[in-house]
Design a protein around this ligand. Structure first.
Ligand code: G6P
Length: 364
């Protein structure tokens, strides 16, 4: 059954490995045979006519929303704002006359997000929910709903739902841009490259042992989309390994947090984009000069030979460079998930059921 662990020791590993196929399933559902986005015209009209799009979410879904904002703005030129559900429910400022709300939620049951949905619906505003669990409460209560189709996600730490959310947000961005750009080829190429990473799990297990299993604190840094992935990477590591981890915009570290770097503190640099590569490298060098144990995850075209993790090359010569830049973090997502998985495993913890946490949080 879909909810069997099968050959896997933990659901999390199974769900990590399912991600290439999650992308492929979504492409079949959301793109036609000419690779044009196949999404209800009414939804696209609401998104395009809005004077501002708000994306509301919690946890990992919040981190996917941050990538969504960048895609909506850079690919489709639509002003977009991301809000943490639990904050926005009680402290909102909505000056627009015609805003449109997108709710991202794996479970579709998160109480914080439901509270915001009720608040904006009472003001007469319309909404779209993207959820993974079919027929969830949020999907039923929103004006429109679209499925994430990642299949049941059982491990508490969310993996494939994050990838599914970013993928569907990319289709929405393409549709809002009147299909003038295409996310199809970059996504297909990323799915293939993900499979190459998944062939190399021993490498990630060894790196987790070397850098993270005995660490008491760690940092992920990056710029632009890599800074947003750094937040998700840090959450993934801390929630299942209990290593205190912070995700940081690389350039912001020197304004205070650099004081926390000690001998052997792991600092993991995410470098997927040419325009930020050298700056992030110099921020990593600053931490290394203070004793940090630096680990670099770099895209093939910006990698140095000594980088510990070089992502497989993705053929993108004929693709829109804005789209390629926006989607590049999807590939870097697999290594950060594997590093957290093997750190939790190496520390002898129950990977799928971390202490104090629940898969779906129905209290505020
Ligand atoms: C819980 C889960 C997280 C998840 C968050 C938001 O805290 O442990 O993995 O990201 O809720 O859940 P949602 O279902 O709304 O995406």
């Amino acid at each position: 059954a879909e909810t069997d662990k099968g050959i896997y020791p933990y659901y999390m590993l199974k769900e990590i490995e399912e991600q290439p196929n999650v992308i492929r399933t979504l492409m079949k559902q959301y793109l036609d045979d000419k690779n044009q986005a196949k999404i209800d015209d009414q939804i696209i009209a609401e998104l395009k006519n809005a004077d501002r799009i708000y994306i509301v979410a919690a946890g990992t879904s919040y981190h996917a929303s941050l990538i969504g904002k960048r895609m909506f703005e850079k690919i489709a030129n639509r002003p977009t704002q991301v809000e943490i559900a639990s904050e926005f429910a009680y402290d909102s400022y909505i000056p627009e006359t015609n805003p449109f709300f997108v709710f991202l939620s794996q479970s579709g049951e998160t109480a914080d997000s439901r509270e915001v949905l009720q608040m904006i619906a009472a003001k007469g505003f319309k909404s779209l929910t993207l959820t993974n669990v079919p027929n969830s409460t949020l999907a039923r209560e929103a004006t429109y709903a679209l499925p994430l189709l990642a299949g049941p996600e059982i491990a508490v730490a969310s993996t494939k739902a994050y990838t599914a959310q970013i993928t569907v947000l990319a289709f929405l961005a393409q549709a809002m841009a009147d299909n003038k750009v295409s996310v199809a080829h970059p996504l297909a190429a990323i799915a293939v490259a993900m499979e190459a990473i998944l062939q190399d799990k021993d490498h990630y297990e060894a790196l987790a042992q070397d850098y993270l299993v005995d660490a008491s604190s760690a940092f992920y840094i990056g710029r632009a989309n890599d800074a947003e992935l750094a937040l998700e990477a840090a959450l993934k590591l801390k929630e299942i390994s209990y290593v205190h981890t912070e995700g940081f915009a690389a350039g912001e570290l020197k304004h205070g947090t650099l004081a926390l770097i000690e001998d052997n503190t792991p600092v993991i640099g995410l470098i997927t984009q040419p325009k930020t590569a050298e700056l992030t490298r110099s921020n990593l060098a600053e931490t290394q000069a203070r004793g940090a144990h630096t680990l670099i995850i770099a895209a093939d075209q910006v990698a140095h030979p000594e980088d510990q993790i070089v992502l497989p090359s993705v053929d993108s010569a004929n693709d829109d460079s804005v789209v390629v830049d926006q989607l590049a973090i999807l590939l870097a997502t697999i290594p950060v998930q594997l590093l957290s998985y093997y750190t939790s495993l190496g520390r002898g913890l129950d990977v799928d059921r971390p202490r104090n946490l629940a898969k779906s949080v129905t209290v505020q």
